[in-house]
Design a protein around this ligand. Structure first.
Ligand code: CU
Length: 114
């Protein structure tokens, strides 16, 4: 099974930015770890099939499996994408693993399974 990891730097940028926006939450003993602690709760992973891609609006519709971590049943729903590059390698019918922030249902990474 070959996988394409579409985004690396985008996710890193998204998850490190809030750390510097909230300096009071940084651990003075381990400043490098603060970002990881902040990012983990918002980093939800799912698996699904691509049902629609709107590159103009930056929206991908996924028929996703149940996501136990946040109590979601399986469903088909639209997600925003954090960056338009996330949509360049996906096509209808692709099975994907994806990561998203539940706030805003914003996809931050997509891996196509082949
Ligand atoms: Cu859903």
């Amino acid at each position: 099974m070959k996988k394409q990891y579409i985004t690396l730097t985008i996710v890193a940028a998204l998850f490190t930015a809030p750390v510097f926006a909230n300096p009071q939450q940084m651990d003075p003993n381990m400043p490098g770890m603060a970002g990881m602690h902040e990012a983990t709760p918002a980093d939800v992973q799912g698996v699904g099939v691509v049902k629609a891609v709107d590159t103009v609006k930056g929206i991908i519709t996924l028929q996703h499996e149940a996501i136990a971590a946040i109590g979601w049943p399986a469903m088909t729903m639209p997600f925003k994408v954090a960056a338009p590059e996330l949509l360049t390698r996906v096509k209808l019918g692709d099975k994907v693993q994806f990561t998203f922030r539940q706030a805003g249902n914003t996809v931050t990474s997509i891996i196509v399974e082949q």
